[in-house]
Write a protein that binds this ligand. Structure first.
Ligand code: GLU
Length: 594
């Protein structure tokens, strides 16, 4: 422990160092030509914006330059992202936004997760034979659309913490959507359009596949209907979206595709403001979104499981390190699937899951010399939870028909969204993961209104039973983990990533890279990641050494044959009143410091 404390001091001191890592591993060893190892960095003492797209980052930085705070900049960046990455997030989706207010020294979470409409039922993703509708089809259904929360979050965040009007901050989005400021389709967007075009409705097709030809990299992206929707919101406020004409158009589009959402569902929607979960690791406090995101609890449990291993004694890219990570992932995801759901409707044994004795007992299942825990049963955290369950549903998945876990194809676990982060001269921070679930959500664009509808409700279990079954007004279980790490009570770094269930292991590994392996934040983001959940498959990025993979195979792990990029981290380190911003090179991330 003494070692770690000294070590952490050292790591915090070098946290922002912006040296880019150079792979020590030859491409022929790794079997992959692309490198995870490019990150973009910038420094500044007056502010920082890091997003996945240069135009959105510029919009956020302009807001800071003209006197807006971190919350204003984040809201403006969100509207810009809706335009330049219409497949990743927007007003047809939801998310989780952490806000650190320096003057209050308080961390808030604005939960704008989509909710099931009142007409939703636990059986709505089953076919006539009672079997789950195949995932590929499920994600395009009107039933998959959750009541969107993003715009409500923008409004509430500004009223509570901002300094600018929503009408000012949506204006750059209007300029980008209308073509007044030109937006060029980049290779990433072009490839996503090509991959997802089959699911588009006519409205989406007319924008992204005009005259039957998908937009190509270098083409102009002009979205007049989206610009008009933003103008309407600018003129009339968010009421037009939640009760007015846009609400009617949204409900009509969902119903036309078989969903039950009504204007009343939209009118009822509100965000909740909460405080995030906390996990401890050495002298760090890691604060991440609480339920309905499983991120906070699962990251905290993983940190507790792994801390006793003193992973720093091994090489970062060694089989010893990877083996312990993988086995801990198998254990933590088993508990995640069994016990977690929307805390408004389900009682989860959150204290039991983090109880030291329980964690010790779970850790003791990890054999240092053998892979044993793929498909592991969940533990019994209720035995370590003080008091009795107090809410209606405490059923375990294994006590219900949901017991036969659906093994989901990895690609469906991957999800895709966006994470962005901002900081200002007052020390305020925002860490916001925003989503429409899969790229382009359901593929349904609200006709005449230019925005895509999410398919977030596919994050519910398709089979009824268990804590994450569909219920009216419920929020589906998420893995989204916007995070702010504190050291000695002061903010040390913000982190977040898209990637569905892989978000949790991505954030965990960035934290360990800093806290246990002494890396700078850019190196920690660039470092190749691995992923496993309760299923046996171990997913890895291209620069995980082949020697380590072979050793893991010998221990009994089921290592995937080819590499897969995991996550897309935007992060800000804070040191001595200076910011060090990082944007992930796995996509076209961009960071500007002031
Ligand atoms: N639907 C995902 C979740 O909440 C977020 C989207 C993503 O995968 O990035 O876990």
């Amino acid at each position: 422990m003494t070692y770690r404390r000294t070590f952490l001091k050292g790591s915090a001191a070098t946290l922002g160092a912006s040296t880019l890592p150079v792979s020590a591993v030859r491409a022929s060893e790794t079997g992959a030509d692309r490198s995870e190892q490019q990150v973009r960095t910038d420094t500044g003492s007056d502010g920082m914006v890091s997003t996945v797209h240069p135009r959105a980052t510029e919009v956020g930085a302009d807001v800071l330059r003209t006197g807006g705070n971190a919350i204003d900049a984040a809201v403006a960046a969100q509207f810009a992202l809706n335009v330049v990455q219409p497949h990743g997030s927007g007003i047809g989706g939801g998310g989780f936004m952490l806000v650190y207010i320096a003057e209050e020294d308080e961390l808030y979470s604005i939960d704008n997760r989509e909710r099931a409409p009142l007409g939703a039922t636990p059986e709505m993703f089953l076919d006539d034979a009672g079997e789950p509708i195949p995932f590929k089809e499920r994600i395009t259904l009107g039933e998959a659309v959750g009541v969107p929360g993003t715009l409500r979050a923008c409004d509430v965040a500004l009223k509570r913490f901002g300094t600018c009007e929503l009408s000012e901050l949506i204006t750059p989005g209007i300029e980008l959507a209308s073509g007044e400021c030109s937006v060029t389709v980049d290779e990433h967007l072009a490839s996503v359009i090509e991959a997802e075009r089959e699911k588009f409705n006519d409205a989406a097709r007319s924008v992204f596949v005009p005259d039957g030809e998908p937009l190509q990299a270098g083409d102009e992206l002009v979205q007049p209907a989206l610009a008009d929707t933003f103008r309407q919101i600018r003129a009339d406020g968010i009421g037009s979206f939640y009760t007015g004409e846009i609400a009617t158009a949204t409900a009509d589009a969902v119903q036309k595709h078989g969903g039950s959402m009504t204007v009343d569902d939209l009118a009822r929607y509100n965000v909740t403001i909460d405080h995030p979960d906390a996990g401890e690791y050495g002298d760090l406090t890691v604060r991440t979104q609480s339920l309905p995101s499983s991120g906070g609890l699962t990251i905290a449990q993983l940190l507790a499981l792994l801390e006793a291993f003193d992973l720093g004694q091994y090489e970062r890219r060694s089989a010893e390190t990877y083996h312990r990570l993988i086995e801990a992932f198998h254990l933590a995801y088993a508990d995640r699937g069994e016990y977690m759901g929307d805390k408004a409707l389900v009682d989860a044994p959150w204290q039991g899951l983090l109880d030291a004795e329980y964690v010790d007992q779970r850790r003791s299942l990890i054999d240092p010399d053998s892979a044993e825990l793929a498909g592991a049963d969940p533990g019994d955290p209720w035995a370590y939870q003080p008091g009795d369950p107090y809410r209606v549903s405490t059923r375990k998945r294994s006590e219900t028909d949901g017991s036969k876990r659906l093994k989901s194809p990895f690609q469906s676990d991957l999800g895709q969204t966006t994470h962005f982060t901002t900081a200002d001269s007052e020390g305020n921070l925002v860490s916001w993961t925003s989503t429409i679930e899969q790229f382009f959500g359901t593929g349904i664009m609200v006709p005449e209104h230019g925005f895509m509808l999410n398919n977030e409700l596919t994050d519910f279990d398709a089979k009824p039973g268990g804590p994450n079954q569909v219920e009216p007004t419920k929020r589906p279980l998420s893995s989204t983990s916007p995070t702010i790490v504190f050291k000695d009570g002061e903010p040390l770094m913000t982190i977040g990533s898209p990637g569905g269930k892989t978000i949790i292991t991505t954030i965990l590994q960035v934290i360990l890279n800093v806290a246990e392996f002494g890396m700078s934040l850019p190196d920690a983001v660039a470092e190749p990641r691995i992923y496993a959940d309760v299923d046996p498959a171990v997913v890895w990025e291209g620069t995980v050494p082949a020697t380590a993979r072979r050793q893991l195979g010998r221990l009994g792990h089921d290592i995937e044959e080819t590499a897969t990029p995991l996550g897309n981290v935007q992060a800000i380190a804070v040191r001595d009143e200076e910011y060090f911003g990082v944007a992930d090179g796995r996509r076209d991330g961009s960071v500007i410091g002031l």
